[in-house]
Design a protein around this ligand. Structure first.
Ligand code: SAM
Ligand code: SF4
Length: 329
């Protein structure tokens, strides 16, 4: 699958639900209105769409949300998708989670052929954790991380850089991941969705994060790449690697290999643009998969060259009205 800019699409992210047990302050407003059940794709419909993409050359699927592990029946869906791992058509099935349900699910994920997961964790301070996530409990996530480790999952921690918060505990985060054998990636906040407040106050450029870390740790740039937008450095003192995802301060669109499906079947060709196709209408209109394949062709033609969002003092509101939980990042 090649788009009009010659980029090969091999990666589909699927937001399986817009609901979440947390309300992270940079992601959602406190009083969110979630989609009514009937608007959401059934797992059968999601599976049909995923299979259509796999048939066309998608080799990696990431489940995300909202919180993917809070949707009822999620393990059955994961089991179904993992059949494509067995045939070799899919090379990787993974997920991004807030970690709250890992205690319950970590070993079942391993049984389904999942090898690594991303877990979002912005702070190691339990008061700050509850302040950021509004409803979350740090202990629950730490215990989920232990379960993931015990089950043999490779874990990458995603940390959103927040001014006045992340910059207070960079050393703790670096030591924590080194002690547990996790990878760590910092992410800049992106202006997606109304959050009931400003993002400018919390925006912390990763260049500042790096400069701060470099005062005490020895970082060396590496060519290591995961096919995603992160750039990596080696940390001499710990022997592990940390990544930086800088959508605002560096373009990362030239090598974009992905598309994003929301839980209501909307396909976004770019995280930072509103262009989309309604695949729910397509799957519900016909049992044949031909219209679905035609829609995928159309999506390839419509994939834009890049995103257009910025955060600066002149633009305080969201660049797009869609929350991150709609596409799952
Ligand atoms: N609930 C899961 C979790 O938190 O990992 C999956 C969905 S969450 C939307 C995916 C990732 O997006 C998380 O790492 C989260 O920190 C990040 N995220 C959410 N809103 C963001 C924003 N406005 N800017 C940057 N990252 C954001
Ligand atoms: Fe939920 Fe993840 Fe958004 Fe936090 S970042 S509110 S855990 S979807």
């Amino acid at each position: 699958m090649k788009d009009t800019f010659g980029r090969t699409i091999t990666y589909l992210r699927v937001s399986v639900t817009d609901r979440c047990d947390f309300r992270c302050s940079y992601c959602m407003a406190e009083d969110m209105t979630f989609l009514p059940r009937q608007e959401i794709l059934s797992f059968e419909e999601m599976e049909r769409i995923c299979s259509a993409f796999i048939k066309r050359g998608v080799t990696k699927i990431r489940l995300t949300g909202g919180e993917p592990l809070v949707r009822r029946g999620i393990m059955e869906f994961i089991k179904q998708l993992s059949e494509h791992l067995k045939t070799g058509a899919l090379k990787e099935l993974t997920l991004t989670t807030n970690g709250s349900q890992l205690d319950k699910y970590a070993s079942q994920l391993v049984d389904c052929g999942i090898k690594r997961i991303n877990v979002s964790l912005d702070t190691l301070d339990s008061d700050r954790f509850t302040e950021i996530t509004r409803f979350g409990k740090l202990e629950q996530v730490l215990s989920g991380l232990e379960a993931a480790k015990k089950a043999g999952l490779k874990v990458k921690i995603n940390t959103v850089a927040l001014k006045g918060q992340t910059d207070q505990e960079l050393d703790d985060l670096l030591s924590f991941v080194a002690d547990h054998g996790f990878d760590l990636t910092f992410i800049e906040t992106m202006p997606l969705g109304e959050i009931g407040g400003s993002r400018v106050d919390h925006y912390l450029p990763l260049s500042e994060v790096r400069t701060n870390i470099e005062k005490r740790w020895t970082l060396t740039d590496t060519d290591y790449a995961t096919g995603g937008p992160a750039r990596f450095v080696d940390v001499k003192e710990t022997g592990n690697r940390i990544g930086f995802i800088t959508p605002l301060s560096h373009g990362f669109c030239e090598s974009c290999n992905r598309m994003r499906l929301t839980c209501k079947g909307t396909l976004f060709m770019c995280l930072g643009q509103d262009g989309n196709l309604d695949l729910r209408e397509v799957v519900r209109a016909s049992e044949s998969n031909e219209p679905l394949q035609a829609a995928i062709d159309q999506a390839l033609n419509l994939k834009p060259k890049g995103h257009e969002f910025v955060i600066d003092e002149t633009q305080d509101g969201p660049a797009l009205n869609r929350h991150m939980s709609v596409t799952g990042g």
